[in-house]
Design a protein around this ligand. Structure first.
Ligand code: BEZ
Length: 211
């Protein structure tokens, strides 16, 4: 059965480049990003891991724990980490799971047998502090992901969690947002006393709430 948005993220225990990880203990109370890459010592993965390490301060700022996964061995993670630092200019600064049995990958449907029978695709899961899956994206092995987009979605999710708003097409942090459909006008007035721009009764625009 596949993991869908809104489902509880499966728990697991696995070895990682920073020691054994019990997932629920690791993410306790935090947002988390769990992402798979197909294989160590491959070019696209090397760029992705280096860039994600570079973004670590941005994830920290948002209270997000980052966790990578491949089905490669722990020893291979150590050797590859040196290449990542050398070629991408940033050392690995988050744990990489060594899911050699594919147990975690199977729990998260990261192996798509018609793409490759053993290697994972490029999956990303954003998981909330309630351990529910908030975002799921999947890319093929040949296409590197845009981790700035992952951050953008986290900004949107965290805003929504706090302020009863949704974010429109191509929204970037700081842009106007949409009052959630779940708020009727009376409830919206209490939350947004300055008012809003109403393009349609279902499309009410407000400046991005602060804080
Ligand atoms: C890569 O990271 O470049 C890659 C990994 C697995 C299959 C194809 C490409």
């Amino acid at each position: 059965m596949s993991i869908l948005i809104g489902d509880t993220a499966p728990d697991f225990t696995a070895d990682s480049s920073e020691g054994p990880i019990h997932f629920y203990d690791y993410i306790e109370g935090s947002w988390a990003v769990l992402f798979s890459h197909p294989k160590n010592f491959t070019p696209v993965c090397t760029t992705e891991l280096g860039f994600t390490a570079k973004l670590k301060p941005e994830f920290d700022k948002r209270g997000v724990k980052v966790l990578g996964l491949s089905v490669d061995k722990l020893e291979d993670h150590a050797g590859w980490a040196k290449d990542i630092e050398e070629t991408q200019g940033t050392a690995l600064n988050f744990p990489l799971l060594a899911d050699t049995t594919g147990e975690v990958a199977r729990k998260y449907d990261m192996i798509h047998p018609n793409a490759d029978n053993t290697l994972t695709v490029r999956s990303v899961f954003v998981i909330g502090p309630d351990k529910k899956v908030k975002l799921k994206i999947e890319y093929p092995a040949s296409t590197g992901r845009n981790f700035n987009e992952v951050l953008r979605v986290i900004d949107s999710l965290q805003l929504t969690a706090k302020h009863s708003v949704a974010t429109p097409v191509n929204w970037e942090n700081g842009d106007d947002v949409i009052i959630a459909a779940s708020l009727n006008n009376e409830a919206a007035k209490a939350k947004f006393p300055e008012g809003w721009k109403e393009l349609k009764p279902y499309l009410r625009i407000v400046p991005q709430p602060k804080g």
